[in-house]
Unconditional design. Structure first.
Length: 85
């Protein structure tokens, strides 16, 4: 938990086969927000594939590597945190 009460959580699993809608062997859920309110999220739910949530907007996400996923997520978190100042 961050000093302002925000939560950053990253969970990434390696899976034996890609989920329907994804082309890689990972299942992931990355969250930034507050209790009961997502501000930034990246995930790949079954059938929906890789996508990100940025505020109220949801859009496809082009997964390449785990490192790039984390980098993109943390960049979006920083953008949102900067906009709150």
């Amino acid at each position: 938990m961050l000093s302002d009460g925000a939560i950053v959580e990253m969970v990434i699993w390696q899976i034996p086969q890609p989920l329907p809608g994804s082309l890689h062997g990972y299942k992931y859920s990355l969250f930034y927000g507050y209790p009961g309110k997502r501000v930034v999220g990246y995930d790949n739910e079954r059938g929906k594939g890789d996508h990100r949530h940025f505020g109220e907007r949801e859009e496809r996400y082009q997964f390449t590597t785990v490192d790039k996923l984390i980098e993109d997520f943390l960049r979006d978190v920083e953008v949102r945190r900067q906009s709150r100042r």
